[in-house]
Design a protein around this ligand. Sequence first.
Ligand code: AHM
Ligand code: MG
Length: 325
Amino acid sequence: MTTRTLREYLADPKGDGNPAPRELASLIEAMSDSCRTISYLVSRGALADVLGSAGTGNVQGEEQKQLDVLANDELMAMAKSTGVVAAAASEEEDDARAITPGAPYLLLFDPLDGSSNIEVNVSIGTIFSILPAKAGENAFLQSGRNQAAAGYCVYGPQTTLVLTLGQGVAAFTMDPPTGQFVQTGANIRIPEKTKEFAINMSNMRHWADPVRAYIDECLAGDAGPRAKNFNMRWIASMVADVHRVLTRGGVFMYPWDKREPGKPGKLRLMYEANPMSLLVEQAGGRSFDGTQQILDIQPTGLHQRVSVMLGSKEEVERLEALHSA
Ligand code: AHM
Ligand code: MG
């Protein structure tokens, strides 16, 4: 395995001698610096007195944890310090913030995904999406295909940054003694076939028929139409569940359900589903919202929600077939 640092990777990501665009590389490096800071806070937990509620709510009506707020503040300060972010948007803030007029990029993030896992010491992460800057109040409402880069950092047994610049997926593990992100994965590919699904089964009675049909097929095992036994995992941190899918295959779902029929799903398009979908597609997988590929969605709102089914190609294609039956 290569021992390139993230900086060395960004100097030649395709191995053809050409560096990533300079301002994009500086933003991604700054993002990795913030992830190191957040990782440190997460790892100290109660010792740093950062666990528990912040006593506030976000635009989604969700309770904010202290770490949600600290991670958000860290990333907003970073966006300002780089000088290459025209505006930034966060799951934790109602509106996008104007940062550096005329700068080339828009930055979107979920500062700490999987917040319900903070207190129980289970993996959580930061998800980010970088779009080219545009003028006007709808500058952020670009389809996921426009992303210049996307990635996440998972704070688990290791702190791992997974990144795409739109030409393959690479992974970098933070080396605690030095704080350096060192490349530990190149050209990551999701296995096309899999026997593992991830969905919150407690919502089964609320699912739409095609999702129910798909899970019924999986549960039927080798006697059923899929003729194989499936395993199930649900971490309840999208970052950690998607990291497993990228690592060993599988399908991750948070589909629309009947609990609140007017709500398209739980997860957010711009800073959760889009960056994860770009990573998954770049790794040879697919991502679907029940109607179309997630990256093809024309966004209508910064915090819009979306139904998510993503991962191994064969499984997502089966879900697509069931949705068009
Ligand atoms: P969050 O951004 O408020 O943390 O919510 C998103 C998380 C995802 O990481 C995860 O897949 C999902 O919510 C878990 O939801 P549930 O608790 O319904 O299983
Ligand atoms: Mg979140």
